[in-house]
Write a new protein. Structure first.
Length: 137
């Protein structure tokens, strides 16, 4: 009888593990569909401003680029940035992003694979993530 109880407990924990694994698979599939299958997972270095943070080492920022037929969307991890310090500019086929964060001054350049519409660049900053939408010309 004790063996039956042990077997049932083992079966229950296996069922729970399988259920949890299925939930995680669905979450990861949904996440990859939302952000695209082939997005690069690169890290960009934060350019530190020695005046603000003399002893802080360079930090890495995660970004994701999601292209589509009308342009592309870039998501940048800018936790600790103040929204009013974020500047987004386009020069030729180069996107320049600058922000003042709690770690220092962030500046990065992203080469664009197309000629962008300069007046049609949208940026949103929410929960530490900067979203930039750039449409083709």
């Amino acid at each position: 009888m004790a063996d039956d109880k042990k077997k049932r407990k083992s079966d229950d924990s296996d069922d729970i593990d399988e259920f949890f694994n299925n939930i995680m698979k669905m979450f990861m599939n949904s996440f990859s569909i939302f952000f695209g299958q082939n997005q690069p997972k690169k890290r960009r270095t934060v350019a530190m401003n020695e005046t603000f943070t003399p002893s802080t080492p360079k930090q890495e920022r995660i970004y994701t680029i999601v292209p589509d037929e009308n342009g592309l969307t870039i998501f940048i991890d800018l936790r600790g940035a103040k929204e009013n310090t974020i500047n987004v500019n386009v020069s030729d086929n180069l996107l320049i992003v600058e922000a003042l964060t709690i770690e220092g001054f962030y500046r990065d350049k992203f080469p664009l694979p197309f000629r962008p519409k300069k007046n049609n660049i949208e940026k949103k900053y929410m929960n530490g993530v900067l979203e930039i939408r750039i449409n083709k010309y």
